[in-house]
Write a protein that binds this ligand. Structure first.
Ligand code: ATP
Ligand code: MG
Length: 395
């Protein structure tokens, strides 16, 4: 656990586009909540660090992500950021991706919860209460891919056909090729964090979401490694569907059901799995059956945004990127240049990310006040246009 001083220095990146609108709003809300909760005995010392367009202005041309900024994020352990522009051309990777890779932020954490009064396209949005742990460093998103017709792609095709005996699929000259790496280590550290979270936060289940029926050695392995980790490292705290299946085969359904009921009574976390496409139906039809979710990078991307849409959209969806030591809380939406600087952006995403940050620091009293404030604002319909628009549609 963290050793937090009463006046911690928290680095922040203002962010590009609507970052200029939402980050100062977040500061005002957090400062007020901390002041009200601790009456001056605690306060956050905000320290601006630069990335994106502002870094180019301060440090010079093409200094999108200065080394000094990266060092500070590393050294200060907990920080918060607004959205960043991805520079076009010049072979520069997305700043978010660079940050994740260089700091080994392997967990993308996205809580999805409903605030009463939020416009929603589903019937029972109050049943949506999930926390997504998305693996953030592997999978097809690792960026290992080659353009169709490039010498590398051609060489790979030749290798696959001649050395690896891949004949079931033809590769036309124009095939782009991407590689999907999924490791046991990468999977286990992600699933471990998800289970630890479930235990600490009194959650009831962790669902492994995968396409293991189609991609056996990557997504299927993710499921198997996840179960294995759960059963070995958390033997006394979980009960898995795989264990249920074993008992059912050996002793019959009644015995398996009894074991499951006993595990639930004992407060064990149920570890289950579901195929990703089915999961996307289930979150619309039976959202109450899902709680903590652990999944691979690409699935996690789709799932996070699909779930966010059920509870108010990206304008209020908070998130964090975590390594074993560093935690960077962030607005999950983009820079929205279409509305930047107009005072119209919804600051909910970065405010609720700050709420997560306060809990991470152990400052629950201030975090609770932020939740109360967000609830109050939505109830009073003090909302930005993205919400107002959906509310009008709904009435
Ligand atoms: P980027 O290229 O940085 O991703 P973007 O314009 O694609 O920028 P997104 O976050 O993907 O930004 O948002 C898409 C659209 O959703 C925006 O153009 C904007 O209209 C709307 N939007 C995004 N975030 C907010 C917000 N916080 N408040 C209100 N509207 C938002
Ligand atoms: Mg975008």
């Amino acid at each position: 656990s963290l050793n937090v001083p009463s006046r911690p220095i928290i680095p922040f990146i203002e962010g590009d586009g609507i970052g200029l609108d939402i980050t100062p709003a977040m500061h005002r809300v957090v400062n007020a909540a901390v002041e009200k909760a601790y009456r001056g005995e605690r306060a956050i010392a905000w320290m601006e660090v630069f990335a994106g367009e502002k870094a180019c202005a301060v440090y010079g041309q093409d200094q999108w992500l200065p080394a000094e900024t990266m060092q500070t994020l590393q050294d200060y352990v907990v920080s918060i950021k607004g959205p960043l522009t991805t520079p076009v051309g010049g072979g520069i990777r997305s700043l978010n991706v660079t940050m994740r890779q260089d700091l080994d932020l392997y967990v993308c954490l996205r809580p999805v919860r409903y605030f009463q009064g939020t416009p929603s396209p589903v019937n029972d949005p109050e049943l949506v209460d999930m926390v997504i742990f998305r693996e953030n460093s592997e999978d097809i998103y690792a960026g290992i891919e080659w353009r169709a017709g490039s010498p590398e792609a051609k060489k790979l095709i030749e290798f696959l056909q001649q050395e690896m005996g891949v004949s079931s699929i033809r590769f036309p000259e124009t095939s782009g090729i991407g590689i999907k790496p999924v490791s046991s280590e990468g999977t286990k550290r992600l699933v471990r964090r998800a289970i630890q979270y479930a235990i600490t936060n009194n959650r009831v289940s962790v669902t492994l979401v995968h396409k293991g029926n189609i991609m056996k050695f990557t997504e299927g392995a993710f499921r198997d490694w996840g179960y294995e980790l759960a059963e070995t490292e958390f033997a006394d705290q979980v009960f898995t569907w795989r264990q249920y299946e074993r008992i059912r085969k050996d002793e019959g359904r009644a015995a398996a059901d009894t074991a499951m009921a006993a595990a639930e009574d004992a407060g064990r976390i149920i570890i289950k799995d579901v195929i990703a496409d089915n999961f996307l139906q289930q979150i619309l039809l039976r959202p109450a059956e899902y709680d903590v979710v652990a999944t691979l990078n690409l699935n996690g991307d789709y799932i996070s945004d699909a779930l966010a849409a059920e509870v108010g959209g990206i304008g209020i969806a908070p998130g964090a990127n975590l390594s074993d030591t560093v935690a960077i809380f962030e607005a999950t939406h983009g820079t929205a240049p279409d509305i930047a600087g107009q005072g119209r952006a919804n600051p909910g995403s970065i405010i609720l990310s700050a709420e997560m940050m306060l809990r991470h620091l152990g400052w629950d009293e201030a975090a609770d006040l932020i939740i109360k404030g967000v609830n109050g604002a939505i109830e009073a319909r003090t909302v930005t246009y993205d919400f107002a628009r959906q509310m009008e549609d709904a009435t």
